[in-house]
Design a protein around this ligand. Structure first.
Ligand code: 5GP
Ligand code: ZN
Length: 114
């Protein structure tokens, strides 16, 4: 899967609609189309990397920004005090559907594992 065909690359380039929550030059965040909690946002690097095995291709500051943006979104959407989960589904057994690395930011209700 390259950037041309990747769904999340299309969302980042705004060739496909999404409910944008945050964007800067390096990081983009949007509501999950099938939210499973009151807050369910996906945070992605603009640069296409498929999974954690490719994370070395990202500049370190971008990797750090992904997590900072997750926290900023939690604050903005009011789940900082209640708490929230940041989840990466990596590979088949984890149920990864979209092979553009993304953090799920999930909150607003009591969450369990997994
Ligand atoms: P994962 O790959 O981590 O399993 O999850 C991919 C997530 O992307 C799912 O939670 C799914 O609901 C979400 N998703 C799939 N297609 C779209 C889409 O076209 N737009 C948005 N906003 N989310 C999507
Ligand atoms: Zn992509």
């Amino acid at each position: 899967m390259d950037e041309k065909d990747c769904l999340f690359c299309k969302i980042v380039r705004k060739e496909m609609d999404s409910n944008v929550v945050y964007e800067d030059d390096e990081v983009f965040a949007f509501e999950d189309i099938n939210g499973r909690a009151p807050v369910h946002v996906l945070v992605v690097p603009r640069q296409h990397v498929a999974n954690l095995e490719e994370i070395g291709a990202l500049p370190d500051r971008v990797t750090k920004r992904l997590f900072e943006v997750a926290s900023e979104i939690a604050r903005k959407l009011g789940v900082l005090d209640g708490g929230y989960a940041v989840r990466i589904n990596n590979g088949k057994d984890a149920g990864q559907e979209i092979f553009h690395l993304h953090l799920h930011v999930i909150g607003g209700k009591r969450l369990g594992m997994p």
